[in-house]
Design a protein around this ligand. Structure first.
Ligand code: K1U
Ligand code: ZN
Length: 186
């Protein structure tokens, strides 16, 4: 197991469309282990493989609360097969956009088909935070970021701030967080 570096915007690899997994083998399971180590260390509730620079359609997630036992979930080649017409808003964050949070409106329930760690096809119906997180992570596998769902004005402000930070050489989450402890961009 190894903790990997998380890519930060404007890293262009975050805009890649990830490739489907063709076989859930030892190599994929080792990558999943690294993703969990990276996600728990961050800490985050979800992670897509492209966030550590691997363009494969793999998502890890753990929505357990602080006082609950760990509840790791893995989704390989996840795909939305149905989305509710009704929308709900949730204040989202992203490990690739440190310390920026904004409300995003998405379908409040989705059905998602995927492969489990044994390579078996599965399908779940999700609502609430699971639905939000699945949509956020599936977006990552398609090169889409949550800031693509907010206004252009806000997105441009965020991109400007992170491009400036990248120019300064602040390309790690740690460097960025030391500099900007505030949650909202002023
Ligand atoms: O994909 C990512 O960048 C991970 C992201 C997932 C996510 C959060 C909120 C809404 C949708 C998707 C995060 O985990 S951001 C960090 C976060 O939300 C969190 C971290 C520690 C404790 C609780 C939440
Ligand atoms: Zn994200």
């Amino acid at each position: 197991m190894a903790k990997r570096d998380i890519l930060i915007i404007p890293d262009t690899r975050l805009r890649l469309t990830s490739e489907p997994v063709t076989a859930v083998d030892k190599e994929v399971r080792a990558l999943v282990d690294d993703m969990f180590e990276t996600m728990y260390d961050a800490p985050g509730i979800g992670l897509a493989a492209i966030q550590i620079g691997v363009a494969r359609r793999i998502v890890t997630m753990d929505l357990a609360k602080k006082d609950e036992p760990k509840a790791p979930q893995v989704f390989i080649n996840p795909e939305v097969t149905w989305a509710a017409d009704e929308k709900s808003a949730y204040e989202e964050g992203c490990l690739s956009i440190p310390d920026y949070y904004e409300e995003v409106e998405r379908p409040n329930a989705v059905r998602v088909k995927y492969l489990d760690l044994e390579g078996k096809p599965q399908e779940i119906e999700a609502s609430g935070l699971l639905a939000t997180c699945l949509q956020h992570e599936i977006d990552h596998t398609n090169g889409i970021l949550f800031i693509d769902h907010i206004s252009k004005l806000k997105r441009d402000m965020v991109m400007k701030k992170f491009k400036k930070a990248a120019k300064r050489g602040d390309t790690t989450r740690a460097a960025y967080q030391e500099d900007t402890p505030e949650h909202h961009i002023g």
